[in-house]
Design a binder for this molecule. Structure first.
Ligand code: ARG
Length: 457
C-alpha cells in the first residue's frame, strides 16, 4: 500500500511486530460501516463519481457477507483490518477501490472504528449493569426484613437486613452506570475526516459521516481526533471501578457461601465441584469475578502508560490500545452476567443468618442507646456500662438478652426490665429507621425508590 519509495520489503520481524490484524480484525464491522459512510459522503460531495461509489459500496457489502460467513483472513503483510478490507475490495472491484481512501488516513479511520467498538462495549456494560441492578432490587424486596449480622472489620457489628446490604451494591452500580453513560456522552463525536492529522483539502461533509455513523457531531480538532484515546480510557476507568465493585460483591458471596457462615447456597449453574472432594461446591464464578477485576485494572494501567508519553498526533504505540480494551470488555461482559445470575439465583438461609446476627452481641449498641434514652446517661458512660454487660454475658456464655435482670441491675441500677425490648435483633433493626437506615420499613422505601430510578434509566 505504501511501497512506492521502498526498495526492499519489511523484514520478517518488522512484519510480525507491525501486524495488528490478529486482534484488530475484531473491528471489521466498524471498519466497513465507516468506509461505507465515507464513500457515500465522497459521492455526495462530488469527490468520487456516483458510479464508483456504488461499486465500492457493493464490494464492501460483499466483504461484510464474506467475513460474517468465514471470518477475516489474517495476512501479516496486510498489517491491519483497514488494509485487509481495502485489499479484498481491490480484488473485487479493481482499481476503483483506490478511490475509497481519498481524504482519509488510517489514523482517522482507526480512531473512528475503535471509537464505535468502544461505544458498543460501553452500551453492553450499561445493559449488563441494569441486569444486576434489577436482580439486586428484586432480592432486596424479598429480603427487606431478613436479618443478618452487619460487619465492620469483618467482626459482627450490628444486625442489618439483607435487603439493606444488597441495596448498598445497588448504589455502587448506579454510580458505575453513570460513569459509563458519561463516557458515552463524551465519546459521541466522530473523528472521520480528520485525515492523517491536519484535516484535508477536500471539501468533506463531516456532519454527514458523523450522522451516518450515529455520532452527535464531528470532532472539533483534527490533531486531537487522531491522537485521542480518552474514549477508551473512559471506558476502562469506568470498567475498573465497576469491576472493583463486582469483586467486592463476589467476595461477599464467597464468604457467605463458606461453611462456617453458611448464609447462602450458590446456584448450581454458577458453582463447580471438586475432582477429589465430593462434598465441595466451589464458588469459582465469584472467585473469577474477583480475579477478573485485577486484570481489568491492569488493562487500564496498560493503556494509560502507553498513552502518557505520546506527542501529537498519531504514534504507532497507539496500535497497542486495542488488546487491553478488548480483554477488559470481554471480562466485563462475563463478570456482569455472572453476578446478575448469582444475585438472582442464590438461595439465602434466613435461619442461619438470624442465628449469626444473634451471636456476637450485635445489639450491644442498642443497650447503650437504651441507657442514653431511658436513663439519660451520656453515651460514653453508657458504652462503658454496656461493655461490662458484654463481658459478663461472655463469661456466662449467653447472649446479652440471656442475662438475668438482676445481673444487669448489678452492673447498673438504672437498668430495668424494659431493656429486653431493645435487645432483640428485630428490635435493633426496626429501631434503625433513620433515612438510609436498615429498618425493614426503610428498606421497603429504598426498594420503591430504586424501582423508580430504574424506570428512568
Ligand atoms: N493499525 C493501526 C492502528 O491500529 C492503524 C493506523 C496506522 N496508521 C499509521 N500511520 N501507521 O493504530
Amino acid at each position: 500500500m505504501w511501497g512506492g519509495r521502498f526498495a526492499e520489503g519489511p523484514s520478517a520481524i518488522m512484519r510480525e511486530i507491525n501486524a495488528s490484524i490478529p486482534f484488530d480484525k475484531a473491528l471489521w464491522r466498524e471498519d466497513i460501516a465507516g468506509s461505507r459512510a465515507h464513500v457515500a459522503m465522497l459521492a455526495r460531495q462530488g469527490i468520487v463519481s456516483e458510479a464508483d461509489a456504488a461499486a465500492i459500496d457493493k464490494g464492501l457489502s460483499q466483504i461484510a457477507e464474506e467475513y460474517e460467513a468465514d471470518g477475516v483472513p489474517e495476512d501479516w503483510d496486510l498489517e491491519d483490518i483497514h488494509m485487509t478490507v481495502e485489499a479484498r475490495l481491490t480484488e473485487i472491484v479493481g482499481p476503483v477501490a483506490g478511490r475509497l481512501h481519498t481524504a482519509r488516513s488510517r489514523n482517522d479511520q482507526v480512531a473512528t472504528d475503535f471509537r464505535m467498538w468502544v461505544r458498543s462495549a460501553n452500551r453492553r456494560a450499561i445493559a449488563g449493569i441494569d441486569a444486576v441492578l434489577h436482580a439486586l432490587v428484586a432480592r432486596a424486596d424479598e429480603h427487606a426484613d431478613t436479618i443478618m449480622p452487619g460487619f465492620t472489620h469483618l467482626q459482627t457489628a450490628q444486625p442489618v437486613t439483607l435487603g439493606h446490604h444488597l441495596l448498598a451494591y445497588f448504589e455502587m452500580l448506579v454510580r458505575d452506570r453513570s460513569r459509563f453513560s458519561a463516557a458515552l456522552e463524551r465519546m459521541d463525536e466522530c473523528p472521520l475526516g480528520s485525515a492523517a492529522l491536519a484535516g484535508t483539502g477536500f471539501d468533506l461533509d463531516r456532519e454527514m459521516t458523523a450522522k451516518a455513523l450515529d455520532f452527535a457531531r464531528p470532532t472539533r480538532n483534527s490533531l486531537d481526533a487522531v491522537s485521542d484515546r480518552d474514549f477508551a480510557l473512559d471506558y476502562l476507568m469506568a470498567a475498573s471501578q465497576c469491576a472493583l465493585h463486582l469483586s467486592r460483591l463476589a467476595e461477599e458471596f464467597i464468604i457467605w457461601a463458606s461453611q462456617p457462615f453458611g448464609f447462602v447456597k450458590l446456584p448450581d449453574t454458577l458453582s463447580t465441584g471438586s475432582s477429589i472432594m465430593p462434598q465441595k461446591r466451589n464458588p469459582d464464578a465469584a472467585e473469577l469475578v474477583r480475579g477478573h477485576a485485577g486484570r481489568v485494572i491492569g488493562c487500564t494501567t496498560a493503556l494509560m502508560v502507553t498513552m502518557k508519553g505520546l506527542p501529537l498526533a498519531y504514534s504507532k504505540d497507539m496500535q497497542d490500545d486495542k488488546p487491553p480494551v478488548f480483554e477488559a470488555a470481554g471480562l466485563m461482559d462475563l463478570s456482569l452476567a455472572a453476578m446478575a445470575g448469582m444475585v438472582a439465583d442464590s438461595g439465602f438461609d434466613k435461619v442461619r443468618m438470624r442465628k449469626a446476627a444473634e451471636a456476637g452481641h450485635a445489639t450491644a449498641t442498642d443497650l447503650a442507646d437504651w441507657l442514653v434514652r431511658q436513663a439519660d446517661i451520656p453515651f460514653r458512660e453508657a458504652h462503658h456500662i454496656t461493655g461490662a454487660a458484654v463481658k459478663l454475658a461472655d463469661e456466662k456464655g449467653v447472649a446479652l438478652d440471656g442475662l438475668a435482670i438482676d445481673d444487669l441491675k448489678a452492673i447498673d441500677s438504672r437498668i430495668d426490665e424494659r431493656v429486653f425490648d431493645a435487645l432483640s435483633v428485630d428490635a435493633s433493626v426496626a429501631a434503625r429507621a433513620s433515612y438510609g437506615g436498615t429498618a425493614p420499613e426503610r428498606v421497603r422505601q429504598q426498594v420503591e425508590d430504586a424501582r423508580k430510578r430504574l424506570e428512568k434509566f
